[in-house]
Design a binder for this molecule. Structure first.
Ligand code: 6PG
Length: 249
């Protein structure tokens, strides 16, 4: 467990560009050393600039897409073609533009009811881990890179302030209202994030400066600031911020 690394960039475009370069390097290294690479995506507006970069040159050609496996940190309980779907957003902005084999996409079943969808995703994670890490005690993969966002209320993935304490389950169905987005959601849980190699928070804009400061303060409450629960045992946390988001640090 190490202290989070905080990297501050002039603007949101520079954040997206840095994450794109770091992600390409991480996936390339993982594919070279393990034969496969895994990445976990989030929803919201922040990753759209990153998705745009990854979908274009050089990354659509240089990332080892054929060896890359794509998962989600959270999902809204809507069908995949609904504008509120995190999978749908990633498909439109990124996945349909790159040579990722369809079988390498592991989406949460947003069109199902919460508990069934959570159980299904838990089973997808367990099956992937059994296949690729048969000796692991975990029922989920050790992800190479997890991309997370942060709400102005300090939620991350769909772990909201005041949400139930740590779960042993890898996937939970939750309900939370935020910015008029679909309230019924699924989320990965801290034990999954905490076995990842890299967890990267992408946060831009002044509206999130106080949520960033609270999430990084050593003495702040993990109930109020769920990102405090994310601290990989044998991995790294990096915060990619623009200047406005970092303004209260
Ligand atoms: C979701 C997200 C969520 C998101 C934050 C930030 O599905 O809603 O994964 O955790 O990262 O709400 O969203 P913005 O990038 O739009 O500010």
């Amino acid at each position: 467990m190490s202290e989070p690394v905080v990297r501050v960039f002039p603007d949101a475009a520079a954040v997206a560009s840095a994450v794109a370069g770091d992600l390409a390097a991480t996936l390339t290294d993982a594919a070279a050393s393990c034969g496969i690479a895994t990445v976990v995506l989030s929803g919201g507006s922040t990753p759209l600039a990153l998705f745009g970069l990854l979908a274009g040159t050089p990354y659509c050609d240089t990332i080892p897409w054929a060896s890359t496996h794509v998962f989600w940190a959270d999902e809204r309980l809507v069908p995949p073609d609904d504008p509120g779907s995190n999978y749908g957003q990633a498909w439109q902005a990124l996945l349909r533009h790159v040579p990722l084999p369809p079988a390498n996409t592991y989406r949460m079943r947003g069109e199902w009811v919460g508990d069934a969808a959570a159980n299904d995703y838990s089973a997808q994670l367990a099956a992937f881990a059994r296949l690729h890490e048969p000796d692991a005690a975990r029922a989920w993969p050790r992800f190479d890179a997890v991309l997370l966002g942060l709400g102005a209320d300090a939620h991350t993935a769909s772990l909201f302030p005041g949400s139930p304490a740590d779960s042993e389950k890898p996937v939970l169905a939750v309900e939370a209202d935020y910015a008029g987005r679909p309230a019924q959601r699924l989320t990965l849980t801290p034990p999954v994030f905490n076995s990842a190699r890299q967890v990267w928070f992408l946060v831009t804009g002044a509206a999130k400066s106080s949520a960033v400061a609270g999430s990084l303060a050593r003495d702040s409450s993990p109930v109020r600031y769920p990102a405090r629960r994310i601290s990989p045992v044998n991995g790294e946390v990096v915060w990619y911020l623009d200047v406005p988001a970092a303004s209260e640090l």
